[in-house]
Design a protein around this ligand. Sequence first.
Ligand SMILES: NC(=O)c1ccc[n+]([C@@H]2O[C@H](COP(=O)([O-])OP(=O)(O)OC[C@H]3O[C@@H](n4cnc5c(N)ncnc54)[C@H](OP(=O)(O)O)[C@@H]3O)[C@@H](O)[C@H]2O)c1
Length: 248
Amino acid sequence: MNHNIAGKVVVITGASSGLGEATARLLSAQGASVAFGARRRARIQALADELIGGGGKALAVATDVTHWEQVKGLVDAAVQAYGRIDVMINNAGLMPQAPLERLKIDEWERMIDVNVKGVLYGIAAALPYMQQQKAGHFINVSSVAGHKVGPGFAVYAATKHAVRALSEGLRQEVKPYNIRTTVISPGAVATELPNSVTDPDAADRVHKFYAQIAIPPESFARAVAFAISQPEDVDVNEILFRPTRQEL
Ligand SMILES: NC(=O)c1ccc[n+]([C@@H]2O[C@H](COP(=O)([O-])OP(=O)(O)OC[C@H]3O[C@@H](n4cnc5c(N)ncnc54)[C@H](OP(=O)(O)O)[C@@H]3O)[C@@H](O)[C@H]2O)c1
């Protein structure tokens, strides 16, 4: 148990695998009440059952973050079940890398819808509650690609730069409401993320890169726990971490 995590109500988008799932597990083990969403209903329900079986409080709500009313439904369900929301983790995302010349317009739109608009919907759903409470914490997931751009991931990098820009604007605006804002930018972490790459050349490169250097998703969960567990007057705004072996 962690004294500044135990009892907090944490909402997580994209908890059916990877970073979101590992974070739900760690925060639940440290005494948080968790509510999480993703489209794969069976996977989030199995996770909730597991956490409840271990003595935790968990709620799974099927959520597609490209639909504003579904994100609002997730946050409203958490507040209805637990009475408040302390932390909103806008984590759902995808990374279908490909050179711009391949004109994968559907994938560009999907990345903008999930990685950018999904984060905005998460902010919109949680902010009114946090303003009323005069307390809260947003944790938005960017990436090393929110700091660096390279061939093959221009659109993904653009969405992750957008997450950092939105988070910095949010940080400044919510000062009067005592709300904290953290952006976490991971390097290569072993999750299902490479499966979202459909371009065969890029997929081959990404899968090989991840197989060589990716670190476990618990690395991200620990960074989240660090930010949440700080005293309430400490606002950790940026965490950038990579595998020790990662150069870019
Ligand atoms: N792994 C890395 O190396 C890395 C590095 C930097 C940043 N990130 C960021 O970390 C975040 C989590 O990714 P991950 O690495 O954990 O990959 P992952 O294992 O593929 O998980 C992605 C999660 O996002 C959810 N998701 C995707 N589209 C969604 C939608 N429309 N509505 C709701 N949920 C949706 C997925 O759930 P469903 O498919 O069930 O909906 C899944 O739970 C992403 O924002 C990613 O960009 C990851």
